[in-house]
Design a protein around this ligand. Structure first.
Ligand code: ADP
Ligand code: MG
Length: 679
């Protein structure tokens, strides 16, 4: 039997789980017996080394063996809360224990009996106390006790009992998706052992071995799934480009493309003229000119008689691409269409007809492009901009709208190359490592809030010169008093701080139409200062904006600060970024000083990696990979490398995973990526 088959057995089949509990189990991610076994504890209580009350460390969890010497007494306090207090002793000293709203405690703890209490000890004047500890009668607790993510009505104890019952249904001979030779090679324990020891370890060593095995397995399945997306590499290219029209396109541009832009275009063209569909990631720092690369390729595809689609993560970006690309392509007579969530139904209907008939050959849009009604006559190329906002699944969904169209993915998040290869295992990589000429370094300063008035004067001077500014604030309303809020901030600017300037406001809770109107006004120069949350982070391009002031700059990670700063310095004028922060902690100060020192995105990414580890790059928002149950790609880099090596080895001898020993892995891959496609 294999574990996946237990995913078809509803949790209700377990003893003690009725309809109501089943719902709660579903809520915590365990609608089936299989899912429950794969629901690993989030922490463990080490009950194997109890300490005395006197020696107990303060404010960190520990186990104490003690005898109840004053029976629990209940009182009700204001608000109806039930307090239950008792005193315990370990023979040498005593402490007080308090439970809140737990009517069962009274009956489960008896005077004169000894228990093991697990919780945090606080010191309150001269007495020590424990609040709401876990407790176990002596002799009835495991050495290491699993703690599950609980929910109202479903305690860790209930979950742990259910897991025990689930094990009764698990045959000793559980099929292991990882073939034995691989287990031996990497020192991985069998699946059945790993599951037992992740839920109920007897020793820390057992737990460690179980974790390693399960993390390895999870990462192996992920890497296999990603690498297998390269199957497209094996497919035939039925959308072969025959003519190279890029020179003609470059002639249309108001500037000369950089060497890096030309190289990226050439690499992509070679792919599209080759034997297999293209799968390429273009990584380029903010302002490196990715749009022109995409435009050149879309133009070529259209000139070769096919259709091209460009998908952006927000309406603002989609519209901006639409505006600049329609302008670029105007002399060619190619008509560009825009399709977003706010396209009126009638217009959308007409547009989809024109896409289906092939009348429209180039469409730009948002997720709306993925909707079912959108059908292409002959989709040759799909471009997704700002890839970190899109998941693998969305990419796949758009690709499925054609007959294996070419895929180009653009990202402005500079990721160290080694990480990129691991995250985007399925993509080839082009790097735009050169900025267009004439760009000046963005002067960057970190100041404390006392210097804000001076900064405002600086902004106003630039506005007097006809330039524009961004001010970035973290929050929308004054919900958090410390934090500058966009709405209030904008109001202050209007009435007090800069009454002579035209102030605009932009935040994520505005309607798409409103946002567009504001962005339009800013781009057209009708707004001097745009006060905004981080919605301007991605891709927005207003070359006349030369000063950016970021409030509470300590709140942002390096990569995000870099993205934000990239909104200025887009024209030929000297630009400035002012980071306002009163933060004192060292990590924040280091971050700000890195920002002042360099504007090279790849250097900043490396610093970020050093400061915070790879976690940020792997955050699921950034890459859209499936959620991991146990692996933490930031912590488990070494295992990730091993898993990738193992995955390559397996695929090298059995790419389709058809050999009997690989079927288990194939099923696990389907399971992992299927949940992703559904989500
Ligand atoms: P990003 O890579 O961040 O998407 P964009 O494509 O938005 O960058 O380009 C940033 C700005 O640089 C735009 O105003 C664009 O017109 C301009 N630009 C792009 N390539 C060049 C070039 N080779 N020479 C001069 N300006 C360029
Ligand atoms: Mg861009």
């Amino acid at each position: 039997m294999n574990l996946l088959s237990l995913f078809n057995r509803p949790i209700r089949e377990l003893k003690g789980v009725g309809e109501k509990r089943a719902k709660l189990f579903a809520k915590i991610g365990a609608p089936s017996i299989g899912a429950l076994l794969r629901l690993y504890p989030r922490a463990y209580e080490d009950l194997s080394h109890p300490c005395s009350i006197r020696e107990a460390p303060l404010d960190e969890p520990c186990a104490i063996r003690a005898t109840v010497y004053r029976a629990p007494s209940e009182t009700r306090i204001r608000g109806g809360m039930l307090l239950c207090k008792l005193r315990v002793t370990d023979g040498a000293s005593d402490m007080e224990i308090t439970f809140f709203n737990n009517p069962y405690v009274k009956d489960r703890l008896s005077e004169g009996e000894t228990y093991l209490f697990y919780g945090k000890v606080h010191s309150n004047f001269l007495k020590r106390e424990m609040l709401a500890p876990e407790f176990y009668p002596i002799g009835s607790y495991p050495a290491i006790c699993p703690i599950y993510r609980q929910t109202q009505g479903l305690s860790s104890r209930i979950i742990s009992n259910a897991v025990r019952n689930a094990f009764l249904l698990l045959p000793q001979k559980l099929r292991d998706p990882i073939p034995e030779p691989l287990r031996l090679q990497y020192g991985l324990c069998p699946l059945r052992t790993a599951l037992e020891h992740i839920h109920f370890p007897d020793t820390m060593e057992q737990l460690r071995a179980a974790r390693y095995r399960l993390i390895f397995e999870e990462l192996l399945v992920l890497q296999l799934g990603l690498l297998r997306m390269k199957t497209r590499e094996k497919e035939e290219n039925r959308l072969r480009l025959t003519q190279d029209c890029t020179e003609a396109f470059f002639q249309l541009l108001p500037f000369t493309p950089t060497q890096a832009q030309k190289r990226a275009v050439r690499e992509a063209l070679e792919d599209m003229r080759g034997g297999h569909p293209m799968n390429r990631l273009v990584q380029g720092d903010v302002g490196s000119g990715k749009t022109a690369v995409a435009a050149a390729l879309c133009y070529c595809v259209v000139e070769n008689g096919m259709q091209a689609a460009l998908m952006a993560p927000t309406e603002i970006l989609a519209r901006q691409h639409f505006d600049s690309l329609s302008a670029m392509l105007a002399p060619t007579g190619i008509s560009v269409a825009l399709l977003t969530g706010s396209t009126p139904a009638a217009q959308k209907r007409k547009l989809t007809e024109q896409l289906q008939s092939g009348e429209i050959r180039f469409v730009i849009g948002t997720h709306a492009l993925l909707s079912e009604g959108v059908v292409f006559q002959k989709l040759g190329l799909v471009v997704t901009d700002e890839q970190h906002r899109f998941g693998v699944a969305q990419r796949a969904a758009l690709a499925s709208k054609g007959d294996n169209p070419h895929l180009l993915v653009m990202s402005a998040t500079p990721i160290p190359r080694t990480l990129a290869l691991m995250i985007y295992g399925d993509l080839d990589l082009s790097i735009l490592d050169e900025l267009p000429p004439g760009r000046q370094k963005i002067e960057t300063y970190a100041i404390d809030s006392a210097k804000r008035p001076r900064a405002f004067r600086f902004l106003q001077q630039h506005i007097a010169d006809g330039q524009q500014c961004y001010i970035i604030c973290p929050m929308i309303d004054e919900s958090d008093s410390d934090m500058a809020s966009v709405t209030q901030y904008a109001e202050k600017l209007r009435t007090e701080w800069m009454p002579h300037c035209r102030i605009g406001l932009l935040h994520g809770r505005m309607k798409a139409k409103e946002k567009e109107a504001v962005m339009g006004d800013f781009a057209a120069g009708r707004i001097d200062v745009l006060v905004s949350t981080t919605v301007v982070e991605v891709g927005v391009d207003v070359p006349n904006a030369t000063v950016m002031l970021i409030e509470n700059a300590e709140r942002y990670g390096l990569s995000q600060l870099h993205q934000l700063r990239g909104r200025v310095g887009r024209g030929t004028q000297q630009s400035t970024c002012i980071l306002v922060s009163d933060a004192q902690n060292e990590e924040a100060l280091t971050r700000l000083s890195v920002m002042c020192r360099t504007s090279n995105g790849f250097e900043i990414a490396d610093e970020d990696l050093k400061l915070r580890g790879p976690g940020d790059f792997f955050g699921s928002r950034q890459h859209g990979l499936p959620d991991m149950k146990i692996a933490d790609m930031a912590q488990d880099m070494e295992t990730l490398k091993q898993a990738q090596e193992a995955a390559r080895g397996i695929l090298a001898q059995d790419f389709t995973l058809e050999k009997p020993e690989h079927r288990g892995l194939r099923a696990e891959i389907n399971q992992l990526f299927q949940t992703l496609a559904g989500g």
